[in-house]
Design a protein around this ligand. Structure first.
Ligand code: C2E
Ligand code: MG
Ligand code: MG
Ligand code: MG
Length: 283
């Protein structure tokens, strides 16, 4: 009923652009359905400790299991989620799914910290720390089961607000990671004073490492910089053994990438972890 009145209003005002507008409106309606009909799924990418080779945790990455179009990736729908004001609902859904999965893993005796991505618009939600805390305790999970990844747009949009939210999250024991580090505009002085735990070096710095000594030098000094600030460093986008070995040599703490594993469904991750465990116990 509501959608119909929106549609007719739309027809009157933007008739020239009607076909495009209709397709968009349909997608928005589909997006609402995705949330109410449970069409979002999480895939999980392992995060490897470079010192021990152990799996330290996983990053939850959202996908939309669209009834007609198949599995859609974040770059195909996240902008629209943001524009239509549905990001808050998506974040809730992703957190709920991630923490439910965390309970299953813990029941299976797997200790995996799960990292969830937050968009810049999460800043409007001043109650985020309390809500996340309640979600954890309702499931009997420790705050250390969760890590939150924020990007520089989150940090720079409203600095005081960002600092306040991060301080409260971190006080409760949740770890904070700065995602896509190096691609935004946050100053080093600002980062130095923020309550954060790790920097996640953007993949655009990691890709050229294997063939370019200057790119490798930049990565090496950024790792030292993170350590100088008392932060852990994670490299993302590790696609080959050359990059992996160099990161180990430079003292990088953690790595993620296709070289180790693509993001996997929960079932596929379970197989991957089991195979890796038995490989590790071979003589
Ligand atoms: P991100 O958080 O920086 O995640 C890393 C992206 O790089 C993921 O893409 C991952 O699949 C991909 N990747 C990992 N290793 C490699 C590699 O070795 N090579 C290459 N070429 N790519 C690699 P994905 O899953 O398509 O996600 C894209 C972005 O969407 C994420 O970037 C994140 O910013 C956003 N996103 C994903 N899930 C969520 C979510 O639940 N909430 C929010 N707000 N954003 C999300
Ligand atoms: Mg991330
Ligand atoms: Mg990233
Ligand atoms: Mg990214």
């Amino acid at each position: 009923y509501k959608a119909k009145s929106v549609r007719s209003g739309h027809h009157v005002y933007r008739s020239a652009d009607n076909r495009h507008g209709d397709a968009r409106l349909r997608t928005v309606q589909e997006l609402r359905l995705a949330l109410t009909e449970d069409q979002l799924v999480l895939h999980y990418q392992p995060k490897i400790c470079l010192r021990t080779g152990f799996v330290a945790g996983v990053e939850a990455l959202v996908r939309w299991n669209h009834p007609e179009r198949g599995l859609l990736f974040p770059d195909q729908f996240l902008t629209l989620v943001e524009e239509t004001g549905l990001m808050h609902a998506l974040t809730q859904e992703v957190l709920r799914k991630a923490l439910d999965q965390s309970v299953l893993w813990s029941d299976q005796g797997r200790t995996l910290t799960i990292a969830v991505n937050l968009s810049g618009s999460s800043l409007v939600d001043a109650d985020l720390p309390e809500r996340v805390g309640a979600m954890l305790s309702a499931r009997g999970l420790l705050p250390t089961a969760l890590m939150l990844e924020i990007t520089e747009d989150f940090l720079m949009a409203d600095r005081d607000r960002a600092r306040d939210i991060l301080t409260r999250l971190r006080a409760s024991g949740i770890k904070i990671s700065v995602d896509d580090f190096g691609t935004g505009y946050s100053s080093l002085a600002y980062l130095r004073d923020l309550p954060i735990d790790e920097l996640k070096l953007d993949q655009s710095f990691v890709f050229p490492m294997a063939d370019d000594v200057r790119a490798a030098a930049l990565v090496a000094s950024t790792i030292d910089l993170a350590h100088g600030l008392g932060l852990k460093m994670v490299a993302e986008g590790v696609e080959n053994g050359v990059a992996y070995d160099e990161l180990v040599r430079y003292g990088c703490d953690y790595a993620q990438g296709y070289f180790m594993s693509r993001p996997l469904s929960a079932a596929a991750l379970d197989e991957w972890l089991t195979a890796r465990q038995s490989a590790a116990t071979l003589p």
